[in-house]
Design a protein around this ligand. Structure first.
Ligand code: ZN
Ligand code: ZN
Length: 98
């Protein structure tokens, strides 16, 4: 069973500025774990990609997760399922790799 690839950013729109420092060049879409059962995307410049991600409030993070679901063509239930599947896979890799 193939779970949705939550880190796929091929259909995510790139903003015209870095969402961390407002730079307008050298921009990339990156994904981040909201920590609340979802992954979202944002636009960062090359420099900010190397730094800790900016923190978002619960409401904005939730909104962004919903938007990223739209980019991936999945709904919030499928997003939640994919997060659980990814965590399980990580757990298996951890317990099996030691
Ligand atoms: Zn930046
Ligand atoms: Zn997205």
């Amino acid at each position: 069973m193939a779970a949705a690839d939550l880190d796929d950013t091929t259909r995510c729109p790139v903003a015209t500025w870095c969402e961390s420092c407002n730079r307008t060049e050298d921009l990339y879409v990156v994904t981040a774990d909201s920590g609340m059962g979802g992954v979202f995307c944002m636009t960062l410049c090359g420099e900010c990609c190397e730094r800790p991600l900016p923190q978002f409030g619960v409401l904005e993070a939730t909104t962004r997760v919903a938007e990223h679901c739209g980019h991936l063509g999945i709904d919030l239930d499928q997003m939640a399922d994919a997060v659980v599947t990814a965590r399980r896979a990580a757990d298996v890799a951890e317990s099996g790799g030691a």
